[in-house]
Design a protein around this ligand. Structure first.
Ligand SMILES: NC(=O)c1ccc[n+]([C@@H]2O[C@H](COP(=O)([O-])OP(=O)(O)OC[C@H]3O[C@@H](n4cnc5c(N)ncnc54)[C@H](OP(=O)(O)O)[C@@H]3O)[C@@H](O)[C@H]2O)c1
Length: 304
C-alpha cells in the first residue's frame, strides 16, 4: 500500500453511523471494518483479547470507533455490557493507540448532559448524565482521555438515517399502523442525519491527514467537539416534520415526559452548540429540517 492510502480501521460498520462512515472514509484511505456481521475482520468487542490481537496484526494509521451500546432503556438493566462497550473498549482502544501511536476518532453523545439549561451546551460545560447509557459514554470519553492516545471526540445527538434502529424509521412504521400517536413534546434536541455526521467527520479527518498519509490531530489532540444539525426540535416537532413528508394520515398528540415513563431518564434539553467545530475546521451541519428532507428524498429515490 502506498503511503498516501493509509489503513483506517473502522469499528461499528454495521451501525447507523458506521455504515455511512464506511463510505465517506473511503476517500481518505483503505477502510478495513472490524465487527460481528459482514466485517472484513470478525471482532466481538466483548472479547478483550481479540481487539488487542487485531490492532497488533493490522497496525492501522487510524482507528475510528462508531461502536456503541445504544439501547438507552435496556442499558438500565444491562449496565455491565453498556460499560463494557461504551467505556472499557474505548479505554482499550486508547491504550493500543497510545502504545502503537495510532490516533483514535471516537463518537459520544448529548446524553452526557443533565438537560437542565437555557442555552445550547458547550463542550466544556459540566457533564452530568442521567442514565446508564449517558454515564457509560462519559466514562468512555474519560477513558480515552486518560489513555493519552492522540484522539478527537465528536459528540452528536438524535441520530437517524435510512438504516438501523432510529426515530425516523419507527415513526414511519407507526404512521402506517396507527391513526393517532402520542409523542413527547418537552424534550428538545437536534435530529441529526447519520450521513451528515459521517461526511463532517471525514472532512475533519481530511484536514488532519499529512502528505505522508498519517493522521495527526495536532493542537486539537484530546479535544471534544459537538457535531449536530443546526436548530432544535422536540420529538413531537420531529415526528410532525416526518409526517408532513409522508403519505400517511395520523394525528400526533403532544404529551409530557411524565406521561411517557421510560426506564432511563433523558435530558429535557440537550441541544449542542456547534461553534467550536466550525471555528476549528470550517465544518457546520445544516438545519435539521434540511437534513431530514434530503434523507427522505434519498429514501424515496431508493424506493424505501
Ligand atoms: N443513535 C443515536 O441517537 C445517538 C445519539 C447520540 C450519539 N450517538 C453515538 O453515535 C455513535 C454511533 O451510534 P449509532 O446510532 O450508529 O449506533 P448503532 O446503530 O446502535 O450501532 C452500534 C454499532 O456498534 C456495534 N456493536 C455493539 N456491540 C458490539 C460488540 N459486542 N462487538 C462488536 N460490535 C458491536 C454494532 O454492531 P452490531 O450491528 O453487530 O450490533 C453496531 O455496528 C455512538 O458513539 C453513539 O453513542 C448515537
Amino acid at each position: 500500500m502506498s503511503e498516501a492510502s493509509p489503513l483506517i480501521l473502522l469499528f461499528g460498520h454495521s451501525g447507523q453511523l458506521g455504515w455511512e462512515l464506511r463510505r465517506t472514509l473511503a476517500t481518505l484511505g483503505e477502510v478495513a471494518t472490524a465487527g460481528v456481521d459482514g466485517a472484513d475482520h470478525y471482532l466481538d468487542l466483548t472479547d478483550g483479547a481479540a481487539l488487542d490481537v487485531l490492532v497488533h496484526d493490522l497496525r492501522p494509521a487510524l482507528m475510528v470507533n462508531a461502536t456503541a451500546y445504544t439501547a438507552v432503556d435496556k442499558a438500565e438493566t444491562e449496565e455491565k455490557l453498556a460499560y463494557r462497550i461504551n467505556a472499557e473498549v474505548v479505554g482499550e482502544m486508547g491504550r493500543l493507540g497510545a502504545e502503537m501511536d495510532i490516533p483514535v476518532l471516537h463518537f459520544s453523545t448529548d446524553y452526557v448532559f443533565s438537560g437542565v439549561a437555557d442555552r445550547p451546551w458547550k463542550e466544556n460545560d459540566e457533564p452530568a448524565p442521567r442514565s446508564i447509557y449517558g454515564k457509560s459514554k462519559l466514562a468512555g470519553e474519560q477513558a480515552l482521555f486518560a489513555s493519552r492516545a492522540e484522539h478527537l471526540i465528536l459528540r452528536t445527538a438524535w441520530v437517524y438515517g435510512a438504516r438501523g434502529r432510529n426515530f425516523l424509521l419507527t415513526m414511519q412504521r407507526l404512521f402506517a399502523e396507527k391513526d393517532r400517536l402520542k409523542v413527547v413534546a418537552d424534550q428538545f434536541g437536534a435530529p441529526t442525519w447519520s450521513r451528515f455526521i459521517a461526511e463532517a467527520a471525514s472532512q475533519v479527518l481530511a484536514q488532519c491527514k499529512t502528505p505522508q498519509g498519517q493522521f495527526r490531530f495536532g493542537r486539537h489532540d484530546g479535544q471534544v467537539f459537538h457535531l449536530t444539525a443546526a436548530g432544535q426540535a422536540s420529538w413531537h416537532e420531529f415526528a410532525q416534520a416526518i409526517l408532513e413528508q409522508t403519505a400517511e394520515d395520523c394525528v400526533l398528540d403532544p404529551i409530557s415526559t411524565e406521561q411517557y415513563p421510560t426506564p432511563a431518564a433523558r435530558p429535557a434539553y440537550s441541544v449542542l452548540d456547534n461553534d467550536n467545530l466550525a471555528a476549528a475546521f470550517g465544518v457546520r451541519l445544516p438545519h435539521w429540517r434540511r437534513g431530514l428532507a434530503l434523507c427522505l428524498e434519498e429514501m424515496r429515490d431508493a424506493g424505501a
